[in-house]
Ligand binder design. Structure first.
Ligand code: HEC
Length: 154
């Protein structure tokens, strides 16, 4: 009887130790000097193509035909028409993905009529920026030529 209580107390002690170290182990994720965190994920953070494949490609094909949203190359055309500066375009895409809004769209209104509004992307801003940068870089002058001269299917 007495032994079981002692064991019980040790267990309690062990459990609370785990809790304490657990709390300290996690730390605060937003801590700016927490390099271990950013180093571990930095590769994926900055690889736009990988991010695209993982989070966007199920809806956005690279070129036509579209899946559930406009193809990346089409988006790149519209963003290069709307913005002269890549940085501005990227910031706009990031803001759009955080809170999609038809009034903010740089695609044709038909795109939203056809596909509906895009769902918000719940990703860290750094990832959104990296993947937006990649979207911008997928601009294809040949496709733009056809896009400008041909019929608009989207
Ligand atoms: C569930 C489907 C879906 C996913 C996943 C998705 N999108 Fe979209 N996206 C859409 C649809 C639909 C539209 C067209 C309507 C609109 O503009 O909101 C769109 C439009 C866009 C636009 C154009 C916004 C504008 O100006 O109108 C950008 C930029 C974009 N997506 C980027 C991304 C990126 C980057 C990802 C991955 C991180 C992503 N999307 C993931 C469905 C999706």
């Amino acid at each position: 009887m007495k032994n079981r209580m002692v064991v019980g107390r040790y267990m309690l002690f062990a459990v609370s130790l785990v809790c304490i170290t657990g709390v300290y182990g996690c730390g605060s994720p937003q801590h700016p000097s927490d390099n271990k965190y950013s180093q571990g994920v930095s590769k994926e953070m900055t690889n736009g193509e990988q991010l695209y494949k993982r989070y966007c490609s199920r809806c956005h094909s690279l070129g036509p035909p579209p899946k559930f949203g406009p193809p990346v190359k089409g988006i790149a055309i519209h963003y290069r028409e709307a913005f002269a500066d890549k940085k501005e375009a990227v910031e706009h895409m990031v803001a759009f993905m955080q809170k999609p809004d038809a009034a903010m769209s740089k695609c044709r209104p038909e795109a939203i009529e056809r596909f509906g509004l895009m769902p918000a992307m719940n990703l860290p801003e750094e990832k959104l920026r990296a993947v937006s940068d990649w979207f911008w870089e997928q601009f294809d002058p040949e496709l733009k030529r056809r896009h400008d001269s041909g019929h608009h299917h989207h």
